[in-house]
Design a protein around this ligand. Structure first.
Ligand code: AN7
Length: 372
């Protein structure tokens, strides 16, 4: 028997989204992303913790990753963009605009192309990953590189939208948050209940707000009996939630979260407090180490910003902050292919050999030495 063709998250969750029944979704089949249980990393963690009193190791460690890199443009932004662009078109808008560290611009460009409208994207010059720039350009967005960072771009977008005929599709647009809350629905639908802990990167702070909204809606309607503890992680050089105030010149290798003045500060802080959760920070080296670990131990390639969720979960499990026996979900917000430069820069260069049988044979034997 054929299962019905999946046609995107608006069709799937229409009764929980602010769209009219007769509104046609601008969709690229976003959502419905895999929730993958980690195997090797969890086993190694259990081994590491064995004998240490910080954690109860009679219990298993259950970590899942929500692989949002498998959305149509390679990031979670598509969940919000299908809603924002559907609404913009319904309102008769002919153009959308956003400031972006890269993924929002890629998503806006694609959904604008799909809808047949114009996308204007403001990106910080020289500070967005190559794949994201390629996407914005390829989908035909008007790309405006500003001599300034994301926060400056965000301010400009808010100001220009007051006098120019453009709809803002950053996450200050409430339809973005509405679309993104469906990731929490999918997790609860897949597990049958919420996780105990939800770990994710925090930049502009829209996504943590959206997850909390999604968890809260199922909880309020009695679909589930509890909500998870929300754990948000930031890069040390771009950690306004750790400093307690906006950061003037944010810097990190994880350019997606190179944001100093998060627009959804209050809702994110509310999610952290209401859930009994916390914020923490990681250095660039720690972020990249987690990215490599996931790629090499589990076969899952995410971008640097996304890997901070796993770095956080691992630190908090090791310290006992997240107790043994907990069920944990980490959101992997974007695909590793977004940022090939950062991947190549931290990897071993390929070996160059002659195109000869003996050279290939030698390389195989050398590299297998000690592995059997
Ligand atoms: C991979 O694209 O802000 O805390 O302009 O691309 O909801 O901002 C991207 C953010 C995490 C942070 N992971 O999410 C943009 C942009 C990835 C991201 C975040 C972003 P928010």
């Amino acid at each position: 028997m054929n299962t019905p063709r999946y046609t995107g998250l608006i069709d799937r969750y229409r009764d929980r989204l602010p769209v009219r029944e007769d509104t046609r979704a601008v969709s690229l089949g976003e959502g419905n992303t895999p929730l993958i249980r980690l195997q090797n990393i969890s086993r190694d963690l259990e081994g590491h913790l064995h004998g240490k009193s910080a954690n109860d190791l009679t219990k298993r460690i259950e970590i899942y990753v929500k692989y949002e890199g498998l959305n149509p443009t390679g990031s979670f932004k598509d969940r919000g963009m299908t809603m924002a662009v559907t609404q913009a078109v319904a309102e008769g808008s002919r153009a959308i605009i956003c400031a972006s560290t890269g993924n929002t611009s890629a998503s806006a460009a694609a959904y604008a192309a799909r809808a047949g409208i114009t996308a204007f994207v403001l990106i910080p010059e020289g500070k967005i990953a190559l794949g994201k720039l390629a996407q914005a350009m390829m989908h035909g967005a008007i790309v405006l590189q500003i001599r300034g960072n994301f926060d400056a771009g965000m301010q400009l977008v808010k100001e220009v939208a007051e006098s120019a005929p453009v709809t803002i599709v950053n996450s200050i647009n409430p339809y973005r948050i509405q679309g993104q809350k469906t990731a929490a629905f999918e997790i609860m639908d897949a597990l049958g209940h919420p996780p105990d802990y939800h770990c994710l990167p925090v930049g502009n702070a829209g996504n943590i707000s959206a997850y909390w909204l999604g968890y809260t809606e199922y909880y309020r309607d009695g679909v589930v009996g509890k909500r998870p503890v929300m754990c948000g992680y930031q890069a040390t050089g771009a950690a306004p939630f750790l400093r307690g105030h906006p950061v003037e010149n944010p810097e990190t290798v994880a350019t997606a979260i190179r944001i100093g003045n998060p627009q959804s500060w209050e809702t994110a802080a509310g999610a952290q407090q209401e859930s009994g959760g916390w914020f923490d920070e990681f250095t660039d080296e720690e972020i990249l180490a987690a990215q490599r670990l996931l790629a090499q131990k589990e076969g899952i390639f995410c971008e640097p910003a996304s890997a901070i969720s796993l770095a956080g979960a691992m630190r908090d499990i090791k310290s006992g902050k997240i107790p043994g026996g907990s069920r944990i979900v980490c959101t992997l917000t974007g695909h590793g292919l977004k940022d090939p430069d950062t991947a190549i820069a931290q990897s071993t260069s390929p070996t160059v050999i002659n195109a000869e049988l003996e050279s290939v044979r030698k390389a195989i034997l050398e590299n297998l030495e000690g592995t059997t």
